[in-house]
Design a protein around this ligand. Structure first.
Ligand code: UDP
Length: 314
């Protein structure tokens, strides 16, 4: 039975990875300091093959026994979270990644780092291919996340090249689904909460900036395929269906049957104008492509948020 450590395992993506890997027969050690993760995301797990350890991976990590895989997912990931926790964000991406790599080296584990489309910054190449180096403002407010993730990619490749470790880098594009925090400030949770509670939907800027949204189960499948592949270079995992934020707000009004209006607020500093993954590499080497349609994914996410808000479904 493979034994796997997931840092950030009580977060949105981490908790879905815990479920997925337990299902594949792994023994899972879930580590989280719970600054943005929550025990509510893992309380349904009853498996004897699962343990939770409360720990901040910025500090030295020690685990008894063997570890076949380490998936490093600990980090604030929503723009409002990393603005609130700028220094923990920088530390978990740098010191935390160093600690997780050191543990992987000691245990001879396969190591996978959760990177991000933010490494492309406000991109000048569209759609984004893995060989694009990005356009990041290192000293802007988003720099704490972007540069931490760029550093984590650099140190992961250094451990791969210098220590000959088997490492993987997944560049995750916008993802949504159950267990996102309703107040995490991202577009889909904000719009769903606003639509379900009869408030105006707050589009930032003129709503013409684009994103491409992937449902969480598709993303997790892509990550697993990368984990067991022989690829060590970065791979984009995301849904290439691109839309404007205005279009997403309208989709959410439709899905919720809400009569709320859309209002326009200032665009946050350095907010990328476009974002769309080129997924040719994932298709070719992992035989992966997203399966879940936006309507289907939004419905499942809406049901989750209704439950969080105490709203009964009809
Ligand atoms: N956004 C918006 N209204 C909101 C929250 C976000 O218009 O209430 C915009 C945000 O400015 C960005 C896009 O939606 O252009 C996606 O933002 P999110 O925070 O979900 O993730 P990002 O892709 O910026 O990391």
């Amino acid at each position: 039975m493979p034994r796997t450590l997931i840092t950030g395992g009580a977060g949105f993506l981490g908790s879905h990875l815990c479920d997925y890997l337990l299902n594949k027969g792994h023994e899972v050690i879930c580590m989280d300091n719970l600054i943005t993760g929550s025990l509510a995301n893992i309380e349904h797990i009853k498996s004897k093959q699962f343990i939770f350890i409360k720990h901040n991976v910025t500090n030295f990590i020690d685990i008894d026994g063997p570890l076949d895989f380490i998936l490093h997912f600990a980090s604030p990931a929503s723009p409002i979270d990393y603005l609130e926790f700028p220094i923990p964000t920088l530390k978990v991406g740098s010191l935390g990644t160093h600690n997780a790599l050191g543990l992987a080296k000691k245990k001879k584990s396969v190591f996978l780092i959760a990177s991000t489309s933010e490494v492309y910054g406000d991109p000048l190449v569209h759609p984004q291919t893995e060989d694009y180096w990005g356009n990041v403002n290192p000293v802007g407010p988003r720099g704490v996340y972007d540069e931490a993730k760029r550093f984590s990619e650099a140190i992961t490749m250094a451990y791969h090249r210098y220590h000959k470790m088997n490492t993987k880098i997944v560049r995750i594009f916008n993802t949504y689904g159950p267990r996102m925090r309703i107040n995490d400030g991202r577009a889909i949770p904000n719009f769903l909460k606003q639509a379900l509670t009869g408030k105006e939907l707050t589009a930032y800027g003129d709503g013409s900036q684009t994103r491409s949204f992937c449902y969480v189960s598709d993303l997790i499948e892509g990550i697993y395929r990368l984990l067991i592949s022989n690829i060590n270079d970065p791979v984009n995992i995301g849904n290439p269906v691109e839309m404007t934020i205005q279009q997403m707000a309208e989709k959410i009004l439709q899905a919720t049957k809400s009569h709320s209006k859309i209002s326009y607020k200032p665009l946050p500093e350095d907010d990328p104008k476009v974002r769309q993954p080129n997924i040719d590499k994932a298709v070719k080497f992992l035989d992966w492509r997203p399966q879940v349609k936006l309507e289907e994914g939004l419905k499942a996410t809406m049901e989750y948020f209704k439950c969080q808000l105490g709203i009964k479904s009809l």
